[in-house]
Design a protein around this ligand. Structure first.
Ligand SMILES: *[C@@H]1O[C@H](CO)[C@@H](O)[C@H](O)[C@H]1NC(C)=O
Ligand SMILES: *[C@@H]1O[C@H](CO)[C@@H](O)[C@H](O)[C@H]1NC(C)=O
Length: 437
């Protein structure tokens, strides 16, 4: 890896260059590593306690006791709303699934919903349309789904009254859980948002699934970030994941443990998918490939981070269509949950898969491809990577997903970026007319 002389930047919001001074003294440097490590241990313990607390809480509060906060006039409810919900969830083939897709207005959620609907499954979306990134993009994706016959319920996964209502109206066979607070660096600004969505919201969703009758099978998005400081490459599912490098990663790792608990206690069939840097049309504006494109076109300088010791920062960029195939493969091979009405009847399926591309690309190469596709030379600034959550390198071993899900990614970075750039140019010229894009 060290022979790749490169630089990088990762999948998050632009940082503030200048805030991070590079340290010449290796002693201070080492001290910092130690203090970072002990902070990590502290955070990990904190999270374990938090998880246990929520599991405890969820066992002591019955759904019936939840206050009925929703009254007439809220953003959901009523017979018209129920009709839209039922219609969207109706499958068009006899063998089709009935799938609840959380985070349906998100990047992966939109593509998965469209693919499921296209093949005849019933799909109901759920999304809270939060403002983590431009909600106009989420609304544009919603329009796309609407045209395809997918309705998105506006609500939060931590709202148990709403979730129970959805399960009353529709008998879901599957839940594709993609709602999450994403982003690595944003966790330093808004840590609670990660706890709200990735922990409390996930537990709430599992609570509702476990008491549904029949219980749905669940496929959900974990993250390659759970590998954290693991340096053994390629990353295999059995590698250690107890050294998260960000709060985001810690909450995803907590999610994997929570999922195991619900599988063990209630017989829920659960499959976790560790996504590796997903990119493509309708992607997330907080990711490097997206804002590099935007900034290069504007002639704005882009900041490329260099790993310590001039090491390479590289990512196993995975094209959205490949990820969608992996998600559908996971749904298609998911066994039924075994419990009913909150009682376990037997052992249920529990799986975890990497969904990557197995071909890490240095971020400098990403920039080179973008320059070529955009026909604009980027104004680059190299900075040492700040220690705020990004890892140096990701590389997926996908042999398990290949053998169990038939997963075989086919899109290389240049082909995928070409499709992204084509979409970006169309989308940004369309929305420039309307708004502040
Ligand atoms: C999630 O919802 C519950 C009520 O259902 C509430 O008590 C709790 O504060 C919420 N958690 C977060 C982190 O928003
Ligand atoms: C990839 O993972 C499989 C298990 O799924 C393992 O048998 C194999 O040795 C791994 N390959 C590498 C190169 O680590």
């Amino acid at each position: 890896m060290s022979q790749l002389k490169t630089v990088s930047h990762i999948d998050d919001i632009p940082s503030t260059p200048g805030k991070f001074k590079s340290d010449k003294s290796s002693y201070i440097h080492r001290l910092r590593i130690y203090s970072t490590l002990s902070k990590l241990t502290l955070w990990s313990s904190f999270f374990l306690i938090f998880v246990l607390f929520f599991v405890f809480l969820s066992r002591t509060t019955s759904p019936a006791a939840a206050p009925n906060r929703r009254a007439l006039g809220d953003s959901w409810g009523g017979s018209d709303w129920e009709k839209r919900v039922s219609k969207s969830a109706r499958r068009s083939t006899a063998s089709g699934f009935t799938v609840l897709v959380t985070g349906a207005a998100g990047f992966v959620g939109t593509h998965v919903s469209l693919a499921l609907k296209r093949r005849g499954d019933g799909v109901l979306g759920l999304d809270n349309f939060n403002r983590y990134y431009d909600p106009n993009l989420k609304r544009a994706r919603q329009k796309l789904l609407d045209r395809a016959g997918v309705f998105i319920v506006e609500g939060d996964i931590n709202d148990s009254v709403l979730l129970h209502k959805l399960f009353d109206v529709v008998m879901f066979t599957h839940v594709m859980h993609l709602a999450a607070q994403a982003g690595v660096r944003y966790a330093m600004q808004n840590p609670n948002s990660y706890v709200h969505s990735n922990i409390a919201g996930f537990v709430n969703l599992l609570e509702v699934c476990k008491s549904a009758n029949p219980q749905p099978a669940i496929v959900w998005a974990s993250s390659s970030s759970v590998y954290g400081l693991n340096s053994k490459v390629p990353f295999s599912e059995k590698d250690r994941t107890d050294q998260p490098a960000s709060l985001y990663a810690a909450t995803k790792k907590a999610g994997e443990e929570i999922a195991h608990t619900y599988n063990h206690i209630y017989g829920l069939s659960i499959t976790g998918l560790r996504f590796f840097t997903v990119y493509g049309p309708w992607g997330r504006p907080d990711m490097a490939y997206f804002f590099f494109t935007k900034d290069i076109l504007k002639g704005k300088q882009i900041t490329i981070f260099e790993a310590p010791g001039h090491g390479t920062v590289a990512r196993d960029f995975t094209y959205i269509d490949d990820i969608v195939k992996g998600c559908l493969g996971a749904l298609d091979t998911a066994k039924k949950s075994t419990g009913s009405g909150g009682k376990k009847k037997g052992a249920a399926q529990f799986r975890i898969f990497n969904l990557g591309n197995t071909s890490p690309v240095p971020v400098s190469e990403l920039v080179r491809i973008l320059e070529k596709l955009l026909k604009v030379k980027a104004k680059k600034k190299l900075l040492p990577m700040p220690r705020n959550g990004d890892v140096k390198f990701t590389h997926a071993n996908i042999s398990l997903a290949h053998s169990e899900l038939g997963y075989r990614p086919t899109t290389n970075l240049e082909t995928g970026l070409r499709k992204f750039v084509q979409w970006y140019l169309e989308y940004s010229s369309g929305s420039k007319k309307k708004s502040s894009w």
